[in-house]
Design a protein around this ligand. Structure first.
Ligand SMILES: C[S@@+](CC[C@H](N)C(=O)[O-])C[C@H]1O[C@@H](n2cnc3c(N)ncnc32)[C@H](O)[C@@H]1O
Length: 255
């Protein structure tokens, strides 16, 4: 399974520092994946609690196992679609998300639903990707596997759907959030301890199909070879890293 924790380790520091989780917080982690951010939140919210939600049952199995192994008694994980799930009204003092909020079909409705789970004045702290053309991890890898063909438009509705700060600001304001602040944060992301491991991880993740969905089967072996080459070019003594850019976004629920 692709290791998002390793990939996103540098962004974690920004998210946790900005969230500033207090011992008594009741934290909601949106699109929690394998739950690293939920577990970190649980360690900070010692007298409070954390609920991680995700639509992926596989991720949640891993999240529960890791929290159990650590003996964390104040974190639970729910299989829930954050867009529509009936959260306990005003049940949380803080919502966080590490790249888990960009996949909503109707983002205004989704963030309004998330807001309804927050106490008035509670903060939402999240990181989302900036646009694909500002991501060396996209341009370098996509360039390698798919040449200079443009990014398929359907991808813009996925991980990059909140990349435009004006759109992001408008979505959160329409959903009922105030004091929206959007900060440019640029950190490298980690793809593996060496090019071979990174190649395995990205192939398993379906990165070639994600970045070049129109590539025919006959062209894939060469694309895999070019992917390996670009990974080797970005290999350091500390693993394979690519530059990237995200928005660190804070907002307050008006209530
Ligand atoms: C890029 S991963 C990030 C996972 C995790 N936050 C992390 O940083 O490791 C995005 C996650 O969001 C989840 N997700 C996507 N849409 C969702 C939704 N509507 N409700 C809840 N989770 C969702 C996916 O299943 C996936 O685990």
């Amino acid at each position: 399974m692709f290791d998002y924790d390793a990939e996103l380790v540098r962004y974690n520091t920004h998210l946790q520092a900005t969230a500033g989780i207090q011992p008594g917080d009741q934290v909601l982690d949106l699109g929690c994946g394998a739950g690293q951010t939920s577990r970190q939140a649980a360690r900070s919210a010692r007298a409070g609690s954390v609920v991680g939600v995700d639509v992926s049952p596989d991720m949640l199995v891993r999240a529960r196992r890791l929290a159990d192994e650590e003996g964390l008694g104040n974190v639970t994980f729910e299989h829930a679609d954050a867009q529509t799930h009936r959260f306990e009204p005003q049940g949380f003092t803080l919502a966080i998300s590490r790249f888990g909020t960009m996949f909503f079909a109707d983002p205004v409705a989704a963030f309004a639903n998330i807001g309804s789970a927050l106490r008035p004045g509670a903060r939402l702290v999240q990181v989302v990707w900036q646009s694909a053309d500002r991501q060396p991890w996209v341009t370098a890898i996509r360039g390698a596997v798919a040449g200079d063909r443009p990014l398929p438009p359907e991808l813009l509705g996925g991980p990059f759907s909140l990349a435009d700060p004006a759109v992001l600001d408008g979505v959160l304001a329409q959903a009922g959030f105030v004091e929206v602040e959007i900060t440019d944060v640029q950190e490298p992301i980690h793809y593996g301890s060496d090019a071979t491991k990174a190649h395995e991880a990205l192939t398993e993740l379906g990165m070639i199909e994600f970045l070049a969905p129109d590539l025919d089967a006959a062209s894939k072996p060469q694309a895999r070879d070019r992917l390996r080459t670009v990974l080797e070019e970005n290999e350091t003594s500390d693993g394979v890293w690519f530059d990237s850019a995200c928005w660190l976004v804070t907002a307050r629920w008006a209530g």
